[in-house]
Design a protein around this ligand. Structure first.
Ligand SMILES: Nc1nc2c(c(=O)[nH]1)N[C@H]1C(S)=C(S)[C@@H](COP(=O)(O)OP(=O)(O)OC[C@H]3O[C@@H](n4cnc5c(=O)[nH]c(N)nc54)[C@H](O)[C@@H]3O)O[C@H]1N2
Ligand SMILES: Nc1nc2c(c(=O)[nH]1)N[C@H]1C(S)=C(S)[C@@H](COP(=O)(O)OP(=O)(O)OC[C@H]3O[C@@H](n4cnc5c(=O)[nH]c(N)nc54)[C@H](O)[C@@H]3O)O[C@H]1N2
Ligand SMILES: [Mo]
Length: 810
């Protein structure tokens, strides 16, 4: 979240689109209720299903899955053509005035740099600003230049009309206008609007661009960086925010640093590529400090073995030939290229797309290790529960090891919430039986591996042998020791550069903030954005002071938020160029003539005089927010609508004559998976998968009360479809896709309506994801028996929310 849960109460308009907060985030949703009760906020919900969130909305619109870029693109068009934009904000704080290169082009769904034979983008150089000889991007403050971002964007979204929304999404122009007008009411400085989203936006082959499109709408309205505004991703597992913060993705290092690619063998070039110089005069470009974050991280992992002479052990880092995301991993496993697989807190058989492929892949492993408190489906994948497919268990050689682990309530430590708040929690119970904590298991593995390298050698033992392991009991590192290591400390005495007699940090002292990090090896920090969470004053995550002097809800004494305990990112943008809050009644920060201060930690240098012209988006080299993604996105600088890989029409209604632009040209599909895509002729119904409040994924079916509340798999179908296939509520239906078949009870509902898409009546089918063959619910099929394997163009998140099936009476 750019903002945080409590801040939702400050909104005048709340758009929930691409998520179902009332059911998947029921506790956080109370802040929507607060905004409605105390602020007369309007709640707008856009979802293919009438959910419990929709049931309390002021306005609900049913739409087709996978088409939100059309809806939001049309909102952008509406705001621009009806002049409903926050002018001062857009002019000063975005790239609207930046001039784009002459060779940039867009035609019939495809951008410049596309290789038609290869079917992909091979040259993204034209997706950039025009850079002058001084190294700065060229701008036209009048925004009249035909190639400035404003003019290009206006032209790009002119095609996104209410009529197009009707054709593609199945939403009438009246419904569209009602949503557009409600959102547009927040374009004035005195009104705030927020967007809450989750998987209905991410689980698509165009997920990342859908989120960008939402952010673009928020920028036009001046809703980023203000109280009651923002782009708010409602995250999933309780600590999934912490997972990405700590870099537990195959291409990341902690604090959103990135691993080098294999063509990046040179350390200085690796750093330079990630530490951009400012693209406009007087801008900060905060990532230019990358080397400080990186060297401090390397000192944490490799201590004295990371020296200036060996480029801080740069050679120890793996260099990526390609991303090793989930879909890639399963593909390699399926090709028989993997020996072993660790499933730690992950039920891959249930949660990854195309269960048949996952089963075949796991069957090719030599060993599979499950670290989980429960006996999960993945550990018994060989039992072949499918009635329609699966593998022959007598031919499987995979050895499965089960290591029973503790669960979070049986451990102490910190969890990072969607609000970026690191909150310390205490142990509630002892783990049962032989269960051990994850830290203990991983430490045991590491110590044994290190011993093997010590005694037997190995190809490249240095990274293992030199890894720091500074814990009092090596087999039992404590959560406190790890938390202090993530925060970081001074490795030498650090003095004030302006006054060397002044000692800022003693040797060994915990860092107070990431502004103290150095690139000369004198500081260590395991995760630079966490610096400040455990300082010399102790554990900041354990703080429980909920005082809120201004009433705006920031509670700066409650736990600790990254970065720097800031609760609203980009909060400098809540003020005009002179540093005066746009809305004094919702003041976050302001300039008082000598310093920035307010109800939040300013997202700015505290003594930065606004007269110097530094802009609020300090993480971007241009200092402003981007409508035009330069090289950053894989399918082009402006979000464009592409159909889901399985779609009910067989063409893209925005580019009906260009098959290359039917689905996202930037998405990745492996050849074997492409052959497993179905067409609307065989599979005429659109399917989407989702959560129920009564279950948490695949675990709570092991708990009796939850199993009683929702005892067995069902499929939701609309009344029109039920009539068409001759099914009444409670009867069984067979749902097939190109990948497999499930059988479940039909719930016939008014909550899902058939939509008319480009003249064609289209039915949507809703399938909850929680059921399987382990636990106390009625044994049944895994929902992911049906889903296709295709990753979003940037994140490689699977397209779980839009694919094709055929529903029949069983
Ligand atoms: N009770 C419960 N709560 C949970 C979880 C759980 O298992 N159970 N899981 C947690 C996790 S890990 C996560 S990631 C979050 C997920 O939180 P959500 O994303 O809110 O959960 P889903 O139920 O998958 O809801 C997605 C919603 O998006 C809608 N949708 C599908 N496609 C589209 C589309 O193209 N456009 C729009 N506008 N809407 C679409 C669906 O109809 C559905 O209502 O929930 C978390 N909270
Ligand atoms: N079709 C479809 N598929 C989906 C989705 C969808 O919407 N539709 N949603 C996707 C999303 S957003 C998510 S997040 C995934 C969820 O997929 P998974 O993460 O695979 O599902 P969970 O059941 O949450 O698995 C987590 C496991 O961690 C175990 N666990 C709990 N605490 C601990 C602990 O302290 N240590 C260890 N080692 N284990 C622990 C639990 O018992 C559980 O088995 O599913 C994805 N798959
Ligand atoms: Mo999730």
């Amino acid at each position: 979240m750019t903002n945080h849960w409590v801040d939702i109460k400050n909104a005048d308009v709340i758009l929930v689109m691409g998520g179902n907060a009332a059911e998947a985030h029921p506790c956080g949703f109370k802040w929507v209720t607060e905004a409605k009760a105390h602020n007369k906020a309007k709640l707008v919900v856009v979802d293919p299903r009438f959910t419990r969130t929709a049931s309390v909305a002021d306005y609900y619109v049913a739409t087709r899955t996978g088409t939100d870029i059309v809806f939001l693109g049309a909102i952008a068009n509406y705001l621009i053509t009806n002049d409903k934009i926050q002018h001062e904000y857009v002019r000063n704080y975005t790239d609207m005035s930046f001039i784009v290169r002459e060779d940039f082009a867009f035609e019939d769904g495809i951008y410049s740099g596309y290789d038609a034979t290869a079917g992909k983008y091979t040259d993204k150089a034209s997706w950039n600003y025009e850079i002058g000889e001084d190294g700065y991007a060229k701008v036209d403050p009048t925004m009249q230049h035909p190639r400035c971002v404003y003019q290009l964007m206006k032209k790009h979204y002119a095609r996104y009309t209410p009529e197009m929304v009707q054709k593609v999404c199945g939403v009438s122009p009246e419904q569209f206008h009602k949503v557009a007008e409600t959102l547009a009411s927040t374009a004035v400085p005195g009104r705030a609007g927020t967007i809450l989203y989750a998987l209905g936006w991410t689980h698509h082959s165009t997920g990342a661009q859908t989120i960008r499109m939402g952010a673009m709408v928020q920028l036009l309205l001046g809703n980023i960086g203000i109280a009651g505004g923002g782009m708010n991703a409602l995250r999933g597992h309780s600590n999934i925010q912490g997972l990405t913060d700590l870099g537990l993705m195959s291409n990341l290092l902690p604090g959103y640093m990135t691993l080098p690619f294999d063509k990046e063998q040179d350390f200085d070039a690796y750093i330079d590529a990630r530490a951009p110089k400012p693209l406009r005069p007087n801008q900060l470009s905060y990532w230019s400090n990358y080397k400080k974050f990186h060297v401090s991280f390397m000192k944490t992992w490799w201590g004295d073995a990371a020296t200036e002479e060996n480029n801080w052990a740069f050679d120890y880092l793996p260099k990526l030939d390609k991303p090793y995301d989930l879909l890639q991993t399963i593909e390699l496993m399926h090709q028989g290229k993997m020996t072993g697989y660790f499933c730690q807190g992950f039920n891959v058989l249930a949660s990854a797309p195309n269960k048949q492929k996952v089963t075949e892949a796991l069957a090719k492993l030599k060993y599979l290790v499950i670290m989980d408190p429960l006996a999960i489906e993945t550990g018994e994948f060989w039992k072949s529960h499918g009635e329609f497919h699966d593998v022959d268990p007598t031919k499987i050689q995979t050895e499965v090891f089960r290591l029973p682990t503790a669960i979070f309530a049986e451990e102490r430590g910190s969890l990072v919430s969607s609000s970026r708040v690191l909150q310390w929690h205490w142990q509630g119970a002892e783990p049962p039986g032989q269960a051990k904590g994850d830290i203990e298991i991983m430490s045991g593995l590491f110590l044994r591996l290190r011993k093997m390298y010590q005694t037997e050698g190995g190809k490249f033992p240095d990274p293992i042998l030199n890894l720091t392991w500074p814990y009092a009991q090596p087999a039992h590192p404590t959560p406190e020791e790890l938390a202090m290591e993530f925060n970081g400390k001074a490795l030498k005495e650090i003095t004030d550069p302006k006054d060397p007699t002044k000692v800022l940090l003693k040797k060994g002292e915990q860092l107070a903030s990431f502004s103290q990090l150095k690139d000369d090896g004198s500081t260590a920090s395991g995760c630079w954005i966490f610096a400040g969470s455990w300082t010399a004053a102790g554990n900041q995550m354990g703080r429980r002071d909920n005082s809120d002097p201004t009433g705006i809800g920031n509670t700066l004494g409650w736990a600790w938020a990254w970065p720097a305990n800031r609760r609203v990112l980009y909060n400098r943008a809540s003020c005009d160029t002179q540093g005066k809050p746009f809305d004094p009644t919702r003041k976050l920060v302001g300039w008082n003539g000598t310093t920035w201060s307010g109800a939040d930690v300013p997202d700015f240098k505290l003594d930065e005089d606004p007269a110097n012209g530094m802009n609020p988006f300090i993480m971007n080299a241009e200092g402003v927010a981007r409508f035009f993604a330069r090289g950053q996105m894989n399918e082009g600088p402006f979000p464009e609508h592409y159909e889901p890989f399985e779609n009910p029409l067989g063409y893209n209604p925005m580019h009906p004559k260009n098959p290359k632009a039917t689905s996202n040209p930037g998405a990745r599909v492996f050849p074997g998976d492409r052959a497993q895509m179905g067409t609307h002729k065989e599979f005429p119904h659109v399917a989407t998968t989702y959560r129920l409040t009564e279950h948490f994924h695949f675990w709570t079916k092991h708990a009796r009360l939850n199993a009683i509340a929702q005892p067995e798999q069902f499929v939701e179908i609309g009344e029109a479809l039920a009539k068409e296939i001759g099914v009444v509520a409670g009867q069984k239906v067979k749902v097939s896709s190109k990948r497999g078949v499930i059988v479940a009870k039909a719930v016939v509902t008014k909550r899902i309506k058939a939509l008319t898409i480009d003249g064609k009546l289209t039915h949507t089918v809703g399938i909850p994801l929680h059921f399987g063959f382990k636990g106390l619910t009625k044994p049944g099929y895994l929902t992911n028996t049906l889903t296709p394997v295709v990753g979003d163009g940037n994140s490689q998140t699977p397209e779980f929310k839009s694919f094709l099936v055929k529903v029949e009476k069983a």
